[in-house]
Every structure is written in structure tokens, then in C-alpha cells.
Design a protein around this ligand. Structure first.
Ligand code: XMP
Length: 510
């Protein structure tokens, strides 16, 4: 285990990710974690991340001197490096010239941090302060034109500092540097894989749950499916999964989820499907305002779930499929700023009688969750499922939601997905789906006048879903999709392709 101690920098998730890419397991803790806890965790190495403060300012995030004296190798990155120097008697102050962006540095290749790194290499700098005097026992092992201490070490004590950001891809050899630290300096074996995660999680869940009862809200999405299977492998039918079919799922999705998790499926759990379609349609009747629709769908979900939970009675634990980006976006963990409160986090807990929440995927990134899913033997079509919003097709039908419109958008979307898969594009496009616009227009089909709806096709490429570009789908694929939708979906006579990026558009339509 390597501990990543979070001082609130914007790249902290990436640090964790790079460490795991070296097949070393790591966990992120806030800088407020107690020294006692660190000792209990018994890490092989500690990485201090960047952060927005100046370490010499009053009230700035800090750490105890003891952290550097407990014999565990420590690597400080940016703020972490400055803090290490400051705490150990070096000097940190505002830099005469701030460095930002790609910068060439010269490194001492005899330093363990830089073994097999080129002597001149490009790194990503982003700092206002700099280390103006090193603490006793340290020497500089990298510099740039503006920065005399781009990296430093006290090899005897296994303490290292890097002023730049090896975790971002702009640092050409950054991954190698982090690997050098965790493998060569800390002595980690580098043999951690997802199967170890699965094994360790199952063990930890068994210990935690004992013979307690566990309840899980299963949406059929990747995260909740993987969380449910992990739990079922650990504690079998002590687990009950409630799946609410709100009638706003993709075509056949409810049945597919039931086929995998239900009594004829491959897992040993108590699966309850609640068919709440009619209930939702009647609540949504006549409602056209997007936020009201979202609110109704969310509240109804809680109500349906509450009713089921009452039937089950008190449980000991509630499972949530929270993953690491949710934790960060919601400002729940670590020290990063709140970006937005996640749509699926929160809401449920109040309505269920339980003692504790279990979040087995809390430290994982989406692609890691997928790897765990495959490791657990979950079918690929579930593991590589598209992101799908909680309010489902409710926000892909512009205006009033009706059963008839749900059918249209489900059918159009199924055709679109099939054609994208036929063209071999299904794993390369970030997110793609069909939406039903609220526009009716005149057309002609078989010499007859039609006055039908228009379907909008959307496909975007995105790294983080905060910004996105429309994907350039080959014209033949669009053309074939259009043809099939017009011919096969009753009530639709026009198909459009949405080329709007985000911003100014959003990925979904409402
Ligand atoms: P927007 O439309 O905001 O979507 O650009 C960004 C990403 O978030 C998904 N999304 C949601 N996911 N509950 C969710 O779980 C929601 O209410 C919700 N709204 C949007 C959307 O599919 C896209 O991936």
C-alpha cells in the first residue's frame, strides 16, 4: 500500500491513478489524517500531493514532522515538496518568476527518482512559490532555467521532492518517475492487479458485514452492478437488491437486468424488481419543464424505494455504487473543491433504516470499475454499458413524457446503438444516444402526408463529461440509421444529428 496524502491539488486523482498503473495499490487520505492512523495503515511509501496554498501562510494545510521521521519513504509533489522542505527547515517563498506549463529541466540521472530518465526532459510546472533554500541533508537533483530546485532528495532518509507534476501526461517521463519511487525507492512489488482488489474487497466486506443484512439499490448501470456482484460474491443472499424499473430505461433494459440478477441469473442474491412504469407515467403526465421532470423522477424513486425497504425491514448496511470521481465531484472526500453535487449520491439514505453505508468502489476510477466487473465475470454488455443518467429517458424526451414517446425513443435509440456497434464504433465514442424532440413536422411516406416527430441523434467524445465535442460519425452510418429509424419507428418522420459541443450545449437535452 502506498498512501497518497491529499493537500487539495487539482491533479490528485491522477497521482493515485499513475501509482496504480505501476501495479501498486494506493489509497488517498486527507492531509488531516492522524499520524496514528498512518502508522496503522503501515504503508510502504507516502506521496504528498500538490495544493492551492502557500505552506508558509497561517492556516495552510500542513503535516507533522514525524511523518518524515517514521522511516517510510516520502515523495512530495509541488506543494508537497515545498511543505516537506518547510517543515524540515528549508525555505519556501514566492518565486521571482512563476513557472506555468511545459518546461525543460535538467535532471541528475544518478538519483533513484530519475533512473532511466533522459538528462534533459520536459515537465509540467505550475507553481507560484519555490524552494529557495533546501533543508539540511537535501540536495537538488533537477533544475530548470527559473527554478534551482525542480527536484530534491535526501537519499539517506528516503525523502524526495518534485516541484513539477509528474502525474500529468505533459510531463513526458513522469510515469517513469513515479514508478521509480514506488517500485525502486519504496520496494513495492508492482504485482497488484484487479484480482487482488476483488480478493481483498471480498475479505474486507465479509469481515465488516459478519452475518448482517445488506440492501442495495441496483440501477443496472456499471457501478451499481459491479458493487452488487462484489457483495453477492462476499455475502451471498444476505444481500437484497432492489431494482426500480421506472419505465424510462433503454429498450429491453429492465429484462436484461433481471436476466442477469434475477432468480434465473447467475448470482446468489435476493433480487426484487419493482415495476413502477405506470406510476411514473402518471406522475409525469402534462409536465414539460425539465427541472420539474427531474425532480419528480428523483422523488418518486425515493418513494418507491422506501416502500420496498419498509417491506424488507431494518437492514444493517446500505450499498452505494459510488466511485472515486463521484466522491471528488461531490466534494465528499479528499480536499478538492466541490465541482457539482452528484446526481446519484445522497437522496437514498434518509428513507432507509440502516446502520452504515458500504461503498466498495469508492477508490476506483470508471475504467478500473470496468476491469473489476470483467474480473467478476459480469457480461461485457453490462460492463461496457454507456453512461446513462438517473432520470433516464425522461430527460431525452423533450417536453411531456408519455408511454408512446418512450416507445419511440427506445426503438430509435436501439437502432442507433446497433448501427454504431455494427460500424465498430461502440467502444470508441464517449457517449451516444437518440433523443425525441418536441418538434412535429410535415413529411411524405408512401404518397401519404405525415405529421410526425423528429429524432435527434447525439454522439460525443469527452474526457471528463464536463466538456465534450460532437463525434464525427461516418455519413454512411448516420444515413443507415436514419433510414432504419424512419422505416421501423412508427411516429417518427425526421432524423437529425446534433453537432453542438459542450459548452454551450450539454450532453443530455434537458
Ligand atoms: P450533461 O447533460 O450535464 O451530462 O452534459 C453530463 C453527463 O452526466 C450524465 N447525467 C446524469 N447522470 N444523473 C446521472 O447519473 C443525472 O441526473 C444526470 N444528468 C446528466 C450525462 O448522461 C452525461 O454523461
Amino acid at each position: 500500500l502506498v498512501l497518497v496524502i491529499d493537500f487539495g491539488g487539482q491533479y490528485n486523482q491522477l497521482v493515485a491513478r499513475r501509482v496504480r498503473e505501476s501495479n501498486v495499490y494506493c489509497e488517498i487520505y486527507s492531509y488531516k489524517v492522524a499520524m496514528q492512523k498512518i502508522k496503522e495503515l503501515n504503508p510502504k511509501g507516502i506521496i504528498l500531493t500538490g495544493g492551492p496554498n502557500s505552506c508558509y501562510e497561517e492556516g495552510a494545510a500542513t503535516c507533522e514532522k514525524e511523518l518524515f521521521e517514521c522511516g517510510v519513504p516520502v515523495l512530495g509533489l509541488c506543494y508537497g515538496a515545498q511543505l516537506m522542505q518547510y517543515v524540515l527547515g528549508g525555505n519556501v517563498e514566492a518565486a521571482p518568476t512563476r513557472e506555468y506549463g511545459k518546461t525543460e529541466i535538467v535532471v541528475d540521472t544518478t538519483s533513484p527518482l530519475f533512473s532511466n530518465v533522459s538528462e534533459k526532459t520536459v515537465c509540467w510546472m505550475s507553481h507560484n512559490d519555490y524552494i529557495s533554500a533546501l533543508a539540511p541533508g537535501f540536495k537538488s537533483v533537477a533544475h530548470s532555467d527559473e527554478c534551482p530546485v525542480a527536484a530534491c532528495e535526501n537519499r539517506e532518509k528516503n525523502l524526495y521532492g518534485i516541484q513539477f507534476h509528474p502525474e500529468v501526461l505533459h510531463t513526458a517521463e513522469g510515469k517513469k518517475m513515479l514508478r521509480n519511487f514506488v517500485i525502486d525507492v519504496c520496494g513495492c512489488a508492482g504485482d497488484w492487479k484487479m484480482d487482488s482488489f476483488v480478493e481483498e474487497s471480498i475479505k474486507a466486506i465479509r469481515e465488516k458485514v459478519g452475518d448482517g443484512k445488506v440492501l442495495c439499490a441496483l440501477s443496472g448501470g456499471v457501478d451499481s452492478s459491479v458493487a452488487a456482484v462484489l457483495l453477492s460474491k462476499a455475502i451471498g443472499n444476505q444481500l437484497t437488491c432492489v431494482f426500480v424499473d421506472h419505465g424510462l430505461l433503454r429498450k429491453n433494459e429492465g429484462d436484461e437486468v433481471e436476466a442477469v440478477f434475477g432468480k434465473d441469473g447467475c448470482y446468489d442474491l435476493n433480487f426484487i424488481r419493482v415495476n413502477a412504469q405506470e406510476r411514473y407515467y402518471s406522475k409525469l403526465k402534462g409536465v414539460t419543464e425539465p427541472e420539474s421532470k427531474r425532480k419528480i423522477i428523483g422523488e418518486e424513486f425515493i418513494r418507491v424505494f422506501e416502500e420496498e425497504a419498509k417491506k424488507i425491514g431494518a437492514v444493517d448496511f446500505l450499498v452505494q455504487g459510488t466511485i472515486y470521481p463521484d466522491v471528488v465531484e461531490s466534494g465528499l472526500g479528499g480536499e478538492s473543491a466541490v465541482i457539482k453535487s452528484h446526481h446519484n449520491v445522497g437522496g437514498l439514505p434518509d428513507c432507509v433504516d440502516f446502520k452504515e453505508i458500504i461503498e466498495p468502489l469508492r477508490d476506483l476510477f470508471k475504467d478500473e470499475v470496468r476491469k473489476v466487473g470483467l474480473e467478476l465475470g459480469i457480461p461485457e454488455y453490462l460492463v461496457f454499458r454507456q453512461p446513462f443518467p438517473g432520470p433516464g429517458l425522461g430527460i431525452r424526451i423533450i417536453g411531456e413524457v408519455t408511454a408512446e414517446k418512450v416507445r419511440m425513443v427506445q426503438d430509435a435509440d436501439a437502432i442507433y446503438r446497433e448501427e454504431i456497434a455494427n460500424a465498430g464504433l461502440d467502444r470508441s465514442i464517449g457517449q451516444y444516444f437518440a433523443a425525441l424532440t418536441n418538434m412535429q413536422s410535415v413529411g411524405v411516406m408512401g404518397d401519404e402526408r405525415t405529421y410526425d416527430y423528429a429524432v435527434a441523434l447525439r454522439a460525443v467524445n469527452t474526457i471528463d463529461f464536463m466538456t465534450a465535442e460532437a463525434a464525427e460519425i461516418p455519413y454512411e452510418v448516420l444515413n443507415k440509421t436514419m433510414n432504419r429509424i424512419i422505416n421501423e419507428v412508427r411516429g417518427v418522420n425526421r432524423v437529425m444529428y446534433d453537432i453542438t459541443s459542450k459548452p454551450p450545449g450539454t450532453i443530455e437535452f434537458e
